[in-house]
Write a protein that binds this ligand. Structure first.
Ligand SMILES: Nc1nc2c(ncn2[C@@H]2O[C@H](COP(=O)(O)OP(=O)(O)OP(=O)(O)O)[C@@H](O)[C@H]2O)c(=O)[nH]1
Ligand SMILES: [Mg+2]
Length: 463
């Protein structure tokens, strides 16, 4: 469906939205910028607060039909399935009545909708949302699906697959709700309200968690976080002071000196780096009165390590437990953000017991001031490789995804409210479509193909 077929988006279209077979209830649908005007001229007075609402009234169709009672569902703003003001008129399932309503709407300025035109507008509404949120979807498509995947993987440890899964669940729920709409006269429900709310709530809370993770990841990358990790007394604080060029952290012979997480901003080359000193890694057992403090310190240290862009794993080069210490550090290093870089630093390389270590070990002595320059250079190189990976495009993707996740959460929240409020499932399905569309933006999936396959064609809604 190319954009060349996109014409006349601003006019208002009308069609019978229900079955053209005999039925007890019928629906006429309108969408477009002129909907509110037409509604008013039909004698339906929408409220002006902008939210979706329902009005029970009668419209005059002239002889022989006279006044016909209708229930009008009104979406006065772009927050509708099509992304345009929309109106549904629910009335008797009499074809002459429905045709008369369509004819009346056409007299008032609407145009008969072409097949699939509501869906086309819905599709376009998804794209336009995306355009406003960030850049054009075309930009993302032009960068290629692979680039988007790559970006998303880096952002939240593979965001797109779980979002695709949630979107699938939403589409299934939507299909159930839509199916129920078609059988509303028979009072058949494909999913109970309780079940629906429960499943929507679960999806919503997953989305909220994901969005939180995402926003934690999309901090200002002009500042890089570097955490020093290692056993007590490994020489972390002294190394931090050497890197910072001043006495920012307390250094002492006693193991367990550093308790709080200490952050020191420094400039390394062109980069703003925050050096984070952490408590030495120790096991949580022991009965001392300091145990609580120690436990707290360990948690903070672990968190600082996990959030960092770069971690310096510091091991005393003269340590008698070199091998087990390194093994333990490697194990701890597994807990990391995907893009983080680990540097392995041998400390105290000044005494007679200091080991000679090959790459990737960086040999340093904070006491003698040796190896500090080359460590700084390795940090700068690491930042620059991170920078190349996490470019501006990823930040904008993150911004877009955050917005889309929020939109999906909001829509699901509204759907839940509509279910609780006992409002028609038409509203619920409209919100579910908005939510699915928003998640479709996250994954870059093409919305129309599968919504058509999974919902519209399956239940012949054909609107
Ligand atoms: N010889 C030598 N001693 C060092 C060096 N760096 C630190 N030390 C000594 O090692 C001891 C511990 O240093 P800290 O920097 O406090 O160690 P830490 O890793 O911060 O220790 P905690 O805060 O307890 O986890 C102190 O006595 C330091 O003077 C070094 O490069 N060479
Ligand atoms: Mg310390």
């Amino acid at each position: 469906m190319g954009t060349s077929t996109v014409i006349e988006m601003d006019d208002t279209i009308v069609a019978i939205g229900s079955s053209t077979m005999p039925a007890t209830r019928g629906v006429v649908r309108l969408t477009g910028t002129g909907v509110i005007d037409i509604a008013e001229r039909l004698g339906i007075m929408p409220t002006s607060d902008g939210s979706a609402h329902c009005v029970d009234t009668a419209i005059t169709l002239g002889q022989p039909l006279g006044d016909v009672p209708v229930r009008a569902l009104i979406w006065p703003t772009s927050r509708s399935y099509t992304g345009q003001p929309s109106l549904e008129l629910h009335t008797f399932g009499s074809l002459p009545v429905l045709h008369s309503i369509v004819a009346r709407a056409i007299e008032l300025g609407a145009r008969a909708a072409r097949p699939g035109e509501f869906t086309l507008r819905a599709f376009l509404a998804g794209r336009l949302d995306l355009t406003q949120a960030e850049a054009v979807l075309g930009v993302i498509e032009a960068e290629g699906r692979g680039a988007l995947d790559h970006a998303l993987r880096q952002l939240a440890g593979n965001l797109s697959r779980p979002m695709e899964f949630l979107r699938g669940q939403l589409l299934d729920l939507l299909a159930d709700v839509e199916a129920g709409l078609d059988f509303v006269d028979e009072d058949i429900q494909f999913i109970s309200d309780t079940d629906l709310v429960e499943r929507l709530d679960a999806i919503r809370s997953t989305l909220a968690t994901t969005r939180k993770q995402l926003s934690e990841r999309t901090r200002d990358t002009s500042q890089w976080i570097l955490a020093l990790r290692g056993l007590p007394n490994a020489g972390k604080s002294r190394l931090l002071n050497a890197l910072a060029g001043h006495e920012a952290a307390i250094v002492a012979d006693q193991a367990g000196t550093t308790r709080d997480v200490v952050s020191v901003p420094v400039q390394l080359g062109d980069h703003q780096v925050v050096l984070v000193d952490t408590a030495g890694i120790e096991s949580a057992d022991g009965d001392s009165s300091l145990q609580q403090i120690s436990h707290q310190a360990q948690l903070q240290a672990r968190r600082a390590g996990r959030d960092a862009d770069i971690r310096l794993w510091c091991v005393d080069s003269a340590s008698s437990d070199w091998e087990p210490t390194c093994a333990a550090m490697r194990e701890l290093a597994k807990d990391k953000r995907q893009a983080a870089i680990d540097l392995w630093v041998a400390t105290k390389c000044d005494g007679p017991g200091a080991r000679h270590l090959p790459d990737p070990w960086i040999r340093t002595s904070a006491l003698a001031g040796t190896g500090i320059d080359s460590l700084q250079q390795r940090i700068i190189d690491s930042i620059e490789s991170l920078d190349a990976n996490e470019g501006v495009s990823i930040l904008s993707t993150a911004a877009r995804c955050g917005g889309s996740l929020r939109a999906a959460e909001t829509a699901i929240g509204s759907a839940i409210d509509y279910v609780h409020g006992g409002d028609g499932h038409e509203y619920v399905s409209s919100e579910l479509r908005l939510a699915a569309a928003a998640l479709g933006e996250v994954t870059g999936a093409v919305y129309t193909d599968d919504i058509l396959d999974r919902v519209f064609s399956r239940f012949c809604i054909g609107k």
